[in-house]
Design a binder for this molecule. Structure first.
Ligand code: ATP
Length: 380
């Protein structure tokens, strides 16, 4: 009977609560004992009240936008960025707290940083246990059945959809909905005043949110990190401002009363210089457009979780528990993803490595490779 610790780490994303609920209930159904670890890795390092056994009723309402949870959003067991867990000393404390609670498996819901941390922890596990025993902090009996391995499973909670090897991450679709709703609200005022709006969206070095939002709201133009402008380099050389203004002016000439440009926060030009919303605004003003900048910010993270993210997190939670039960110390820790509409389990560090390769490819200006590494849907 596995004792399974569940934690959410890194930036919060909608659907994390649904994942915690699903892992809890499937664990109980399969005779395992689930534990909530509060405040991400900080809870592992601190132990005590931050590690608590979960019962069936503790996660009641976790997927519902009802009166109890509507205002809360995010993750009800808390998340944090924990510096201490990046050190061996911090991970030694985490190991002690897990063994004291008898926990032998960990499901981590977070981004690539959190999943890398989990993998490092597992690789060090036997050494950490030995050190706790040799320094007298744990007895041999206490550590006996947990000494050999810590099962680790990763679920990707990220609004950015920036993990390679999975088509979609938990929370990305809800954020996309939030962006579309916000841009729809801007559209009516833009049309009334014949204005242009430049909207900056989240995503860091991944343009998925920006690209999908631009398609969904019918933007004139959008700027991403993976595919820097100008798109017609033969005609425009490096002058992306001119290319954008030509597109916007053409759309205006067809009778459009508003203009809309979406900028990913990590957007760059072909020389890897950032493209900032104010630069876009200045260029549009030069062609006579009354232009406003809107940075959507943290509203993109909040609110009620959309149906898809509840579903995705729930089915991935089921697979996470199955993966814990299958786990074997000779097999690399898995990450649960989705590929071509099927839930899949892939070696966690392979996915992390490919994700990190995107940044390297962009730095080398190999944009085609960066697009390929994202995922097949994004590339086309
Ligand atoms: P997001 O995509 O929202 O940034 P993330 O999981 O990538 O999520 P990070 O801030 O990179 O967010 O990581 C969250 C926490 O995971 C860190 O505060 C730290 O405690 C732990 N962590 C990250 N990287 C490592 C690492 N290489 N070794 C050990 N722990 C790590």
């Amino acid at each position: 009977n596995k004792k399974i610790g569940i934690l959410t780490s890194g930036g919060d994303s909608c659907g994390m609560n649904a994942a915690v609920r699903s892992i809890t209930r499937v664990s109980l159904q399969k005779g395992c004992v689930p534990f909530a670890i509060y405040e991400g890795y900080q809870g592992l390092v601190d132990g005590g009240e931050k590690i608590k056994e979960l019962r069936w009723d503790d996660v009641r309402g976790y997927t519902l936008s009802n009166i109890r949870y509507l205002a809360k959003g995010g993750t009800l067991i808390g998340t944090a960025r924990c510096k201490e867990f990046r050190t061996r000393e911090g991970r030694l404390k985490a190991c002690y707290n897990l063994i004291k609670n008898g926990i032998d498996a960990l499901v981590v819901i977070g981004g690539d940083g959190s999943l890398t941390g989990a993998d490092t922890f597992r690789a060090e596990w036997t050494g950490l246990v030995d050190e706790l025993v040799s320094t007298g902090k744990l007895t041999k009996e206490e550590s006996a059945h947990l000494r050999n391995d810590l099962a680790i499973v990763g679920l990707v909670g990220s609004i950015d959809n920036d993990m390679s090897s999975t088509d979609i991450t938990i929370g990305a679709v809800t954020s996309l909905h939030r962006i579309c709703e916000s841009v729809d609200s801007l559209t009516s005022t833009a049309q009334s005043h014949q204005r242009a709006f430049v909207v900056e969206v989240m995503g860091r070095h991944c343009g998925w949110l920006a690209l999908m939002a631009a398609i969904a709201v019918g933007a004139d133009c959008c700027f991403l990190p993976e595919r820097p402008p100008p798109f017609n380099q033969e005609k425009y050389g490096n002058n992306w401002e001119q290319e954008m203004c030509d597109i916007v002016a053409k759309n205006r000439s067809f009778g459009n009363r508003k203009s809309l440009v979406i900028v990913c926060e990590g957007a760059i030009d072909k020389d890897l210089n950032p493209i900032k919303p104010d630069q876009v605004k200045k260029a549009l003003e030069k062609i006579g457009l009354d232009t406003r900048v809107t940075t959507l910010g943290h509203v993109q993270r909040g609110g009620s979780t959309c149906a898809f993210d509840r579903y995705l997190a729930t089915v991935q939670g089921v697979e996470a528990v199955e993966a814990v039960l299958r786990s074997n110390r000779d097999v690399p820790a898995p990450m649960i993803g989705m590929f071509q509409n099927k839930i899949v389990s892939i070696p966690l560090m392979e996915a992390v490595k490919l994700t990190q390769e995107v940044a390297t490819s962009i730095a080398k200006k190999d944009f085609a490779h960066a697009m390929q590494l994202r995922d097949p849907g994004f590339t086309s």
